[in-house]
Each structure stands twice: as C-alpha cells, then as structure tokens.
Design a protein around this ligand. Structure first.
Ligand code: SF4
Length: 550
C-alpha cells in the first residue's frame, strides 16, 4: 500500500542523490498522507530538502512513511492545523524521542517545526520543539541547514546556541519566561544568556517567484490538483486577519517568470489547476492571467481559485469559472453592517456584495457562499439585523442562486490589531439568532462550531504554560470539555481558560509572543486598534442620541 501511494506521485522536480555523509532527516506531516500532500508548504519544503545532496530526507505521515533513517539527525514537522499537535506527540513517542525538549539528549535528533500555526504563535508548543523556523521558508530553510552543518558534531546545547544566531530561527529553550504569579500574567521574557538575540525576527521572502506544486497525485485531498501560489499576504489589512498581518507585505508572483512557467509545467501532468493565495484576484495582472488560462489549448482545464475578493467578482470571472467546472463561489463579507466593516477595516459595501451575487448568477454560477463572522468587537444587536437584511437583499438581487452564509466567531490572532480582544461570550447566541432568522428565508446558514473557536482562541493567545495542558488534554480527547477538564486539573498552576480566551487584554501587557517580531511594529497595530475603537465609540454615541430623540 505504502509503495503504491508513493508510486502514484508525479514529481515536478528531480530529487538529488544524497552523498554518503548527507544529514539523515525525517520530514513529517502530522496527519494522513492525503492531507499532508495537499499542503503546498509541505510539498515545497520536502522538495527543497530532496533536491539537496547534503540531506537524505524521508517523509513520514500518520498513516504511511518512506523507509526512515535509523539514526535521524533532524526531525521536522510542518504544522498547518493546531490540533495536529496531538499527532506530533504521538509521532515523537513512536520514534522513541521524548516529547519535551528538556528531556532530549545528544542521542536524539533536533526536532524542528515550521508552518503557519508555529509562525503565528509557537508558544503553546514551545516545549515540544528544539527549533522553530519563523516565516517564509525560501531562504530560511537553506540558512538552517547551512548553520546546522557547521555544528553537526557538537553538543546539543552548542548546536542550539549556534542556530539561535540565524535570523528567523527561534530556540524556545533559550528564553526564560517569568510570571507575576503561577496563574498570572507574564512578567518578562528574556534570553538565558547575552549571546542569544532578545528578539527573533520573522523572515520575509522578497522574490517574485512564488511557490508551485512539486508533486501531483490522485491521492491528494483535491485529486490531482496542481497548485500555484499567485500572491502572498493580502494588502487589505482587515484588523482581525492573520493571513494579512502575519505575512505582510503583499507580494505578487511575476506572470512571466513565475506563473506562466509554473502553470505550463503543471498542466503537462494534470488538468486540474488551483490558484492559491489570501487574495488571488487582487494580483494586479489577474485579468491577463485569466486570459492566459482561457486559451483554447487549456479548454479541458478545471480551475479553482482559493479566494476571491467580493468586488472582483465580474461576470467574466464567473463565466470562466463556470466553464471550468466551478459551480459555486465563496466570498468573505464578514458582516452586513457597514459600521462593523469599518471597525474591521474591510473596505466593502453592501451594494458591491449584491452586485457580486448578480454577476455570479449572470456568469453562470449556480451557488454563492458568503462568509461572515459574529462577535466582532463593537458589534451590536442592530449589526446582526443588518446582516439578515443584507442576505435578504442578496437573495432578491439574484433569485435562483443557491445562497449560503458560513459564519464563524471572531477569534483573536497574534500580530493583528485585534490580538488584545477576547472572544465574545454572546457569540453562540448570535449564531443561533442568525440561524433562526435566515432559515425561513431559504438561506442555508452554516455556523462554525463555537466550541472550536474557543479552542482556537486558546491556542492562538496561549503561552508556554499550555504545553502541560496540551499533554494532558490529548489523553482526554479533543472536545472543549477535555480542555476544561485539563484546566480543572491544573487549577492554580496556570491561568484560567477565561483569561486566555475571553478577557480583553491590556495593551501594555507582555504578550506571549513579545520576543517574536512580526512584520509590523506594535505601534502600527495600536494605531489600527485605536481607529477601530473610535469607529465603535462614535457609533455608540450616535445611536444613544437617536434613541434619546425617539
Ligand atoms: S480581504 Fe480577506 S484575506 Fe484580505 S485582509 Fe481582509 S479578511 Fe484577510
């Protein structure tokens, strides 16, 4: 079974033949093959390692693996989904590697990790990793291997100290965190010695050649998909959005040097093309890209686009997508309230949403999914009413179009201006309210689990004291009840669930990721926060005045 899975792969690169002293490395994805091989980040890092003669890399998934080295020196994980941490701990145990960095010796490999979850906030997982790579892998991975080779035969501590000098490489064990109380806020985060940098800067790749699939397989979650990264980050800067703030600046792939050669390469082995990025249609030459794909030689190509900005849904785009196997489009509108969209800095108006629906229908699409959010700081009852009204208006403007509203709860994310806000405890009721109002209108309402949002918020704002909690929770199961049970067991030793998830944090508080520098300085985040608060306060005063007049 294993060999047939790997035999089904069509590689778009040529693996190197490792030299006899190549570094024995395992590169793992902490989930099943089908999920892991659909991750563009995993594919690209694996291919970069496999193209080196100085690294002998084997892949490991939770269900299958390539033959593993007996004594690996490096064990890497790409973490894209928070709850996969459970599988990381299981994999470590299955390889006889202690799950905590403090218990590993010179005989164990260095356990390194990267990917979106760890770049956003590695702290809850800090005690499980020896090395964390923060930011874009393009230069960072090569710098990591080069630095490792210099200290390959040294003691563990020497290796880690040397690696800590490389920009973007974070060694959690070399930082000491003090707390005001065991279950209180953080008092300080300091490197354990003067030769360790006090702040680690997330790395940003500045080239105009972005990623593309290195392997195509029918076993991927999106069967035979060839993925091309069109843009990185998003220039819109909606104030809750990690996909924008964590990865700024907005970068676009060059049509000539990156996109067209990549698409030509991929479409030789498959006819399924996925355009990836946080805001694909905002590529300045998106129309040209679409024209290119619209050539008759690509008539049989099935096209999926990861993210479409509402005001870029033209009839032409809808038509192209409809012609190429897409039936429905998803657009993120967040709310039907103009005020809420101002608070979050979403530059979008209801008439544009209505126009997008009309264009989708006129272009031949049969469904439109809107994506919204409840519990946004500053949101009031009338804002939810506005969402209901907007959905009704959209339905009226595009009768017959299958309409869905997917809705999540606001979750604070590190490195965004809303990192200080807690999750609104009323959010679950707000989801129920929308459900009740929209169902009779024939609008399919799909709320995301509120409990899952709580767990996300916990991991998103957690500090390294959560490592203990995560170890406990994995034996209890992954429901919110399991987390609550673990909090009960650790009462007095760590802060409460409420502190991490629901409390609005003071802006002068030391954040768990204070020593990890994202793309923007704190002053910029604070400025955005002040602007958002001003909009919400102004609107409160206005509605108080109008109530008095009534
Ligand atoms: S438009 Fe979407 S991807 Fe861009 S910042 Fe806003 S929410 Fe994030």
């Amino acid at each position: 079974m294993t060999s047939s899975v790997f035999a089904d792969e069509r590689l778009l690169f040529t693996p190197a033949t490792p030299t006899s002293d190549a570094i024995p490395t395992i590169f793992a994805f902490p989930n099943e093959y089908t999920v892991g091989i659909t991750s563009l980040g995993y594919q690209v890092v694996w291919a970069s390692l496999a193209m080196r003669t100085d690294v002998q890399v084997s892949r490991l998934f939770t269900d299958i693996q390539e033959p593993l080295p007996r004594e690996p020196e490096l064990l890497g994980f790409s973490l894209s989904w928070e709850l996969d941490y459970v599988n990381i701990l299981n994999i470590l145990e299955s390889l006889d590697i202690p799950i905590r960095t403090s218990e590993r010796t010179n005989n164990h490999p260095l356990v390194f990790g990267g990917g979106p979850v760890l770049t956003a906030n590695p702290e809850p997982f800090a005690e499980f990793f020896d090395v964390i790579l923060l930011g874009d892998g393009e230069d960072l991975l090569g710098n990591f291997i080069a630095a490792y080779k210099q200290v390959r035969n040294a003691e563990r501590k020497t290796k880690l100290t040397a690696l800590a000098q490389v920009p973007g490489i974070y060694i959690p064990s070399l930082y000491h965190v003090e707390y005001h109380e065991l279950d209180g806020a953080i008092a300080s985060i300091q490197p354990i010695s003067p030769d360790i940098p006090p702040v680690v800067q997330k790395q940003t790749y500045r080239g105009n050649v972005l990623s593309a699939s290195t392997v195509v397989t029918q076993r991927a979650a999106w069967e035979n998909i060839y993925m091309v990264e069109v843009v990185r980050s998003c220039p819109e800067m909606c104030r809750f959005c990690l996909a924008s703030y964590l990865t700024l600046p907005f970068r676009t792939a060059s049509i000539e040097n990156s996109l067209i050669p990549a698409i030509e390469r991929g479409l030789k082995v498959t006819n399924r093309l996925g355009l990836l990025g946080a805001s694909v249609t905002q590529h300045p030459e998106f129309a040209e890209l679409l024209n290119y794909i619209n050539q008759s030689q690509y008539d049989d190509v099935r096209l999926s686009i990861a993210s479409v900005r509402t005001n870029t849904v033209t009839q032409e785009l809808a038509h192209t997508l409809a012609q190429r196997g897409t039936r429905s489009l998803t657009i993120a509108v967040e709310s039907g309230s103009e005020k809420v969209r101002q608070i979050i800095n979403k530059k979008l108006h209801n008439h544009e949403i209505i126009q997008a629906a009309a264009n989708a229908k006129a272009g031949g699409l049969t469904g439109l999914k809107l994506y919204g959010m409840v519990g946004i700081p500053g949101e009031e009852a009338e804002d939810l009413d506005a969402t209901v009204t907007m959905m009704k208006d959209v339905k009226k403007a595009a009768p017959g179009l299958r309409l869905t509203l997917g809705c999540s709860t606001f979750v604070p994310k590190s490195h965004t201006p809303f990192q200080w806000f807690g999750v609104n405890k009323q959010a679950q009721k707000q989801l129920q309210f929308l459900q009740k109002k929209l169902k009779p209108q024939g609008i399919d309402f799909r709320p995301e689990s509120y409990n899952w949002s709580i767990i996300q918020a916990l991991l998103s704002r957690g500090d390294r004291r959560l490592s203990k909690l995560l170890e406990l929770t994995r034996h209890f199961g992954d429901s919110l009840g399991s987390y609550k049970r673990a909090f009960k067991e650790l009462k007095g030793k760590i802060p409460s669930l409420d502190f991490y998830v629901h409390t609005n944090w003071e802006t002068d508080m030391i954040l768990p990721w204070n020593h990890l520098q994202g793309p923007l300085p704190q002053s910029t985040l604070l400025k955005h926060l002040a602007d958002a608060t001003q909009v919400s306060q102004k609107s409160k005063v206005k509605s108080q005045k109008s109530r008095r007049l009534v």
